[in-house]
Design a protein around this ligand. Structure first.
Ligand code: FES
Length: 275
């Protein structure tokens, strides 16, 4: 059976609403591994059954065999290509697990469980995406999805230096306007995304702001959105054990009670979150 046939069958099963589970646990082959900056890599995996089920803002648990133990790492979906059956993950090398991940080459295999969590709501006609650091990874998938559905997307991104904003290239094909800030002024406006955000929200009639990045950034972005009365969604990051809502390691307090970032999120309406 060809990849196309497999995807077609899966499409029919999902369309037929036969109760197929929302997530699957698969063995995925590495299609490519690319270095995007000194410590950031892009891993493309062949996982058609996950690609087919995925929504922007969701994540997967990637399992690596280490000394006889399967260690899972939660990683946000950065791109999904349903024609090829591929998913892309962009991650920073921060420890042994991600270092081991960065050494995988084409043809290697990993265990992948997903897609997991709830992503961004798609009720928008004029969104502004705001991101910093690795928070730009789930926003990339979001921008590509919106653009593929003929919704014009603008993005405001911030980094410490110009080198950190390699993301600009990745967003170029799926966004209309890209606004940039850097802490050192080496690219775009010198300062933080929140220095530029008020004037961007004033000059355009965005109906939603979608944010992912450091928590302090999301908190301050939400503050500006509240003042300008623009709905805001945030994608939270927490340490995750199971990724399935079972271990409670990712619990947070929200306006509607105790919630799990892995299962109820990672995307929440900003007004629900106690920053
Ligand atoms: Fe276990 Fe969320 S990671 S409940």
């Amino acid at each position: 059976m060809t990849l196309h046939d497999r995807q077609k069958n899966l499409t029919e099963i999902v369309a037929g609403n036969t109760g197929l589970p929302a997530k699957v646990d698969v063995v995925a082959q590495v299609m490519s591994q690319t270095r995007l900056s000194a410590d950031v890599c892009k891993l493309v995996l062949q996982a058609p059954s996950i690609a087919l089920r995925s929504q922007p803002g969701q994540f997967v648990q990637v399992g690596l065999q280490q000394g006889g133990t399967l260690l899972r790492r939660p990683l946000g979906l950065a791109e999904v290509d349903n024609r090829q059956g591929n998913i892309s993950l962009i991650y920073r090398i921060v420890g042994k697990g991600t270092d081991a991940l960065s050494n995988l080459r084409e043809g290697a295999v990993v265990k992948v469980l997903g897609p997991l969590g709830h992503g961004f709501s798609k009720e928008t006609q004029k969104p502004l995406l705001v991101g910093g650091g690795m928070g730009l990874s789930p926003l990339l998938y979001c921008a590509k999805w919106l653009s593929a559905h003929n919704i014009k997307v603008d993005v405001l991104m911030g980094g410490r230096t110009a080198e950190e904003l390699f993301w600009q290239r990745l967003f170029a094909t799926c966004t209309d306007n890209i606004y940039l800030t850097t802490d050192d002024g080496s690219l775009g406006l010198k300062g933080f995304v929140t220095d530029l955000l008020p004037q961007i929200l004033t000059k355009s009639d965005y109906d939603k702001v979608m944010v992912c990045g450091p928590e302090i950034m999301m908190k301050n972005v939400y503050k500006v959105c509240r003042e300008k009365i623009v709905p805001c969604e945030v994608s939270l990051e927490r340490r995750m054990g199971c990724g399935l809502g079972a271990c409670l390691s990712c619990s947070i307090d929200t306006l509607s009670g105790r919630r799990k970032v892995c299962k109820d999120g990672p995307v929440f309406p900003a007004e629900e979150v106690f920053f």
